[in-house]
Design a protein around this ligand. Structure first.
Ligand SMILES: Nc1ncnc2c1ncn2[C@@H]1O[C@H](COP(=O)(O)OP(=O)(O)OP(=O)(O)O)[C@@H](O)[C@H]1O
Ligand SMILES: [Mg+2]
Length: 345
């Protein structure tokens, strides 16, 4: 549905050139929710703005439904853009217009009849659960309600693609959940493909089918959310995964435990695959596993757990046990102290 190939973008600033995007390629399939996660300045907004050419890439092609947008005339580009809705962190509502008019005014500009405009506004306000607020002004709405209006406005043009630039970043956790549920509903019931960018792991973990991790203008890891987060390769991806679990263990204890064995995190899918694997290794190998801490969370529809364990035993037995765990689809990462910070390595 969306095919970005070799996208590069440089901004010229007083201090010199800023390489916001370096040779980024990614592809979003029809009907999926694709998330791009990265820390501030990674290039996420620049990337998403390239999808509807709010930002023109210096290099590369931007294909939506197999049409390269960079090659279109202004008229054709306008037409192609009407198939791409967008929502933002700051909602971008007109303060002086009612909820109804915030949605209706852009629709009128497309030449729809008054009756059609009315039908669309009512339909999409109903979908986002705000039918009663038609006559309210943005100042009378909560942040979550404002974002619902912005979503209804984007949907009212009946796009096949919805782009979301940090749509939940200004919202509290409960409201974030409600908006994420709404995005899931839109994806499932209307079949809209969603490309979103965020710096929050909970957004990715709740709704994204696939994910790309960005850093310094590059995609450093990409794939199914489950695959990327169960066996993260890049240190930044590991940091994001570790932010889901907090295993607070004093450094001295960690040092002591590492002397008598090996401290590791075991990540696994499914409610119960971690502990049985651990019980098995104590039977199969000359090893005493001890759970130091553990927690379980969800990745979209599946449970995702992590145990911090101490494997006590000889090096050779530990290695065999780790190998066995990996064969059971448990991702194993050794935990060491590095400098002042504990680091998974
Ligand atoms: N119009 C611009 N002019 C100059 N530099 C820019 C411009 N837009 C973005 N940049 C720079 O490009 C880099 C990527 O910015 P971008 O906004 O895409 O990051 P981001 O990942 O969305 O960050 P955040 O999470 O803070 O929104 C940054 O170094 C930023 O300062
Ligand atoms: Mg941004």
């Amino acid at each position: 549905m969306i095919e970005l190939t070799g996208i590069s973008k440089t901004f010229t600033a007083k201090q010199g050139s800023i390489y916001a995007l370096k040779d980024v390629s990614l592809s979003v399939k029809q009907g999926e929710i694709y998330g791009v996660i990265g820390y501030s300045g990674a290039g996420k907004s620049t990337l998403i703005r390239c999808v509807n050419l709010l930002e023109t890439p210096d290099k590369g092609s931007v294909k939506v439904k197999n049409v390269d947008l960079t090659k279109l005339s202004t008229g054709k580009l306008r037409e192609a853009r009407s198939n791409i809705g967008m929502i933002f962190q700051g909602f971008n509502l007109l303060k002086t217009a009612t909820v109804y008019d915030n949605i209706a005014l852009p629709l009128k500009l497309t030449g729809l009849s008054k009756q059609m405009v009315k039908e669309r506004v009512e339909k999409y306000l109903n979908i986002v659960g705000l039918s009663e607020k038609q006559n309210a002004y943005p100042a009378e709405l909560s942040g979550g309600q404002k974002q619902r209006v912005a979503i209804a406005r984007a949907l009212s043009h009946e796009p096949e693609v919805l782009l979301s630039d940090e749509a939940t970043s200004a919202l509290d956790p409960d409201t974030t959940e409600a908006i994420l549920d709404l995005l899931l509903k839109i994806n499932k019931e209307l079949g809209i493909t969603i490309l979103l960018i965020t710096h929050e792991m909970n957004v990715i973990q709740r709704i994204c089918d696939r994910v790309a991790v960005m850093e310094n203008g590059e995609v450093i890891e990409e794939g199914k959310t489950k695959d990327v987060f169960t066996s993260p390769k890049h240190s930044t991806t590991k940091r994001f995964v570790n932010s889901l679990f907090s295993h607070d263990i004093p450094d001295e204890l960690l040092t002591n435990l590492n002397e008598s064995g090996h401290v590791a995190t075991l990540s696994f899918f499914g409610e119960s695959s971690g502990e049985p694997a651990l019980a098995l290794i104590s039977k199969k190998f000359d090893i005493y596993p001890n759970i130091l801490s553990g927690s379980i969370t969800r990745l979209k529809d599946e449970s995702f757990g992590q145990l911090l364990v101490h494997l006590k035993g000889d090096q050779a037995e530990i290695e065999k046990a780790v190998q066995f765990l990996k064969e059971q689809n448990v991702h194993v990462e050794g935990v060491k102290i590095s400098g002042e910070n504990k680091r998974v390595s």
